[in-house]
Design a protein around this ligand. Structure first.
Ligand code: ATP
Length: 339
């Protein structure tokens, strides 16, 4: 059993002045890859550190494998963690750093070396085993820390932006490797990131956090297609969901669903777009402008794929439409979905 559960978890700092975690409930499935996603300061790291046992919760409980572990030290929790700020032993070689937890557990030398080599090769640092940490780049050091976590065959992985020091290309390949590895060993993983494409690509489910609370938890497609509130709607997606005021509601639609009217068949809502600016990005046309649903002009973005060839010019007015099924409605006061 390697599920992780938190119940009514709260963590305050500064004598209760800062509520870093403000009542969080969540539970992973067995072997699930759960991503904690949210803006800087929303409480992701604090939540992960509390699950790891590096922070004592102010109230609430942490359960691992169905057992309450609140109050137990990190090493009693059968978890492996890699944090943004990881510590390597500066005087030990990469090999010695990676096998360190195995030495402490009394694993025989030959097995230790084999595991270190497998993990190091998986992460592309197999040729660096004899070096010392100071002879490595930041990204290489990060991978040593990751390898050190991997060799323990953990049943629960807690990862806090473990790829943040890698360049974009390496990051993508390390991400794929990590996912494949996690699937092979079936370890339950909680992964913290503020990068939504990383979250979308890695997560079985994503928990979107803001101000110490979970705003929504669901599969990437649910979070994207059916955001629970305007925070999630605008935090996820690039460009974000359009929100146009209309009476007591905000009418939401993704930029890729706002198309020239002649490209939208069936039941649809139309509006005239005043085109102000255009950008070409990865073959798509991003059209910036305003629409007015009766409450005054509101800025919107339309994302037109290359297959839409309708000529559109800056300064002109053009009728656009959104399929009815793509509209999402939010309460203008609370920001919550109304249906
Ligand atoms: P980032 O993406 O920037 O790493 P985060 O979502 O991981 O942010 P946390 O590091 O968990 O956010 O911080 C949550 C809140 O708690 C922030 O407002 C932070 O300033 C505060 N906080 C975290 N640790 C402490 C501490 N030891 N003492 C006081 N306040 C803290």
């Amino acid at each position: 059993m390697s599920t992780v559960e938190v119940k009514e978890l709260r963590k305050s700092f500064d004598s209760g002045r800062v509520h870093a975690i403000d009542g969080v409930d969540l539970a992973t499935g067995e072997g699930e890859y759960l991503v904690l996603l949210g803006p800087s300061g929303c409480g992701k790291t604090t939540l992960l550190r509390t699950i790891a046992g590096l922070e004592e919760p102010t109230s609430g409980d942490v359960l691992i494998g169905g057992q309450v572990v609140t109050g137990l030290p990190p090493r009693a929790r059968r978890i492996a963690m890699v944090f943004q700020s990881y510590a390597l032993y500066p005087h030990k070689t990469v090999q010695a750093n990676i096998v360190f937890p195995l030495r402490a557990e009394g694993v025989p030398p030959r097995e230790r070396e084999e595991k270190a080599r497998t993990a190091a090769e998986m992460l592309g640092i197999g040729h660096l085993l004899a070096r010392k940490p100071r002879q490595l780049s930041g990204g290489e050091r990060q991978r040593v820390a990751l390898a050190r976590a991997l060799v323990r065959d953990p049943t629960v992985f807690l990862l806090d932006e473990p790829l943040s020091n890698l360049d974009a290309k390496l990051r993508t390949s390390a991400r794929d490797e990590l996912k494949r590895f996690q699937q092979d060993i079936g370890a339950t993983t909680i992964y913290v990131t503020h990068d939504q494409s990383e979250a979308m690509g890695l997560g079985d489910r994503i928990a979107v956090l803001s101000a110490g609370r979970v705003r929504q938890i669901g599969a990437p497609v649910e979070i994207y297609d059916d955001p629970a509130d305007t925070f999630v709607a605008t935090f996820i997606g690039s460009p974000p969901m359009n929100l146009v005021p209309h009476g007591d509601v905000l009418v939401g639609f993704r930029p890729e669903h706002l198309l020239p009217v002649e490209n939208v068949a069936g039941e649809r809502v139309t509006a005239t777009l005043e085109v102000q600016r255009m950008e070409y990005l990865s073959g798509d046309r991003h059209v910036y402008g305003t629409v007015d649903l009766g409450d005054g002009p509101c800025r919107v973005i339309a994302r037109l794929p290359a297959t839409v060839e309708t000529p559109i010019a800056v300064g002109e007015r053009h009728d656009f439409a959104v399929p009815g099924a793509r509209l999402r409605f939010f309460d203008a006061g609370s920001g919550l979905r109304t249906e």
